[in-house]
Write a protein that binds this ligand. Structure first.
Ligand code: PLP
Length: 398
């Protein structure tokens, strides 16, 4: 049984703060400063350029990928880290389209995170070859998988509502229709059990700054099914994906049979130190235990909010099996209400047009935190504290 009181001790959260925003940016692991100092003093300062070999910088993309693979049901050698999630979306979708060259439809949903849709828009413009992006409502995606579809691109857990797609069923239907599927696991990796290989996934991408706690600007990751690795085309054909990067050939040849071909160029090595330290918190965590604890926290939160704050409406699916690890509520002024909560050190976030999001991450949130957060929320609603004009001020990032 995973001891979540131990993992809670591993994170640095300011005194008095209840951090229900690990679904947006995970908190800092207490081990992070020392890990960064070690990187600076024992690696960069002392090894300089030799660090690529002596400190394993060149293959950190893979060693970190292997650590993430364990959390998403993937085998070693199938996942690499680097770049940003938007770039990994582009890589995966472009590679997916090349596997189904005779079709012109990319299927997503209208709840997908905008950058995923934007990256596909850019890709379609670049290809300039009659591609069409279809974005039905999430509930209609399954029925929209037809023989016209080349790539299904979905975020498994909806960033706004926490609604979860049925990964296995969608992959099964897509494969039956000859389509490939790209999963964005931004709100899945470290949030819920994921079994990419059990579900026969083709591609998956994700970030490490949310539930994996790698810090702002932490690298993204990409998974390619081992059965596809030798045939996928890396259109962002950078030298770190080349078969012989240090041969300095003028022509590109992808690394044969290895996930390295999904690397692009020099990665942000300093961020790897933070991610490595953050992944230590997952050693000994059972994803089944995590899921049970996450659902218990979410259910308690929903029950308390609905009983004590009837002005709020649940915006997430009521059935926990259909949710990831976040709960969203709507209110007449969700933005102001969230600002009032943040002012009182209960940190969630707001997503336009009218949703307050609360992330439940058992690694550092327990039942006492949930109850304390609802106490504050109830007070803000019953006293109309959210109506204070200072809670109307919007920053560049909401
Ligand atoms: C589902 C999803 N995809 C992509 C992103 C962002 O991508 P990037 O890391 O490139 O900014 C987010 C950010 O919250 C997200 O929720």
């Amino acid at each position: 049984m995973t001891d979540f009181s131990k993992t809670k001790e591993m994170f640095s959260i300011p005194e008095g703060m209840i951090y229900l925003n690990g679904n947006s940016l995970g908190p800092m692991p207490k081990a992070a400063p020392e890990a960064m100092n070690r990187f600076l003093n024992d690696e960069w300062a002392t090894e300089l350029i030799k660090g690529w070999n002596t400190k394993g910088w060149f293959m950190k993309t893979n060693t970190l990928g292997d650590r993430i693979a364990k959390l998403i049901g993937a085998s070693a050698g199938s996942t690499v880290v680097g770049d940003t999630l938007s770039i990994k979306v582009f890589q995966a979708v472009s590679a997916g389209l090349a596997l189904v060259p005779d079709r012109r439809v990319i299927l997503s949903d209208d709840g997908n995170f905008p950058t995923d849709l934007y990256m596909v828009e850019g890709l379609m413009k670049l290809k300039n070859d009659g591609y069409e992006l279809r974005t039905p409502a999430p509930e209609a995606v399954f029925d929209a998988i037809t023989d016209e579809v080349a790539v299904v691109m979905l975020t498994e857990v909806d960033y706004r509502t926490g609604r979860k797609h049925d990964m296995k069923a969608i992959i099964e239907k897509a494969h039956a229709h000859g389509a490939v599927v790209v999963w964005d696991l931004a709100h899945s990796a470290g949030a819920i059990p994921v079994d990419l290989e059990g579900a026969d996934a083709d591609f998956a991408v994700g970030c490490t700054y949310k539930y994996l706690n790698g810090g702002p600007g932490a690298p993204a990751f990409i998974y390619v099914a081992p059965r596809l690795i030798d045939v996928v085309e890396p259109f962002l054909s950078g030298w770190h994906g080349h078969a012989a990067p240090f041969a300095f050939d003028t022509g590109y040849r992808p690394m044969a049979g290895k996930i390295e071909r999904m690397r692009i160029g020099t990665p942000a090595v300093a961020t790897f130190a933070l991610l490595d330290a953050a992944l230590d918190a997952w050693e000994g965590v059972d994803m089944g235990d995590l899921r049970v604890a996450s659902v218990a926290l979410q259910e308690r939160f929903i029950k308390e909010v609905e009983a004590r704050c009837p002005a709020l409406t649940l915006a997430s699916p009521r059935n926990p099996d259909e949710r990831g690890s976040q709960v969203s509520f709507q209110f007449e002024d969700s933005f102001a209400c969230m600002q009032a909560l943040i002012d009182r050190k209960v940190i969630g976030d707001f997503r336009a047009p009218d949703v307050m999001r609360f992330g439940f991450t058992p690694l550092f949130i327990n039942e006492a935190d949930v109850l304390a957060a609802v106490d504050v929320l109830e007070d803000i609603i019953t006293t109309d504290a959210w109506k204070d004009p200072r809670f109307q001020v919007r920053g560049a990032v909401t």
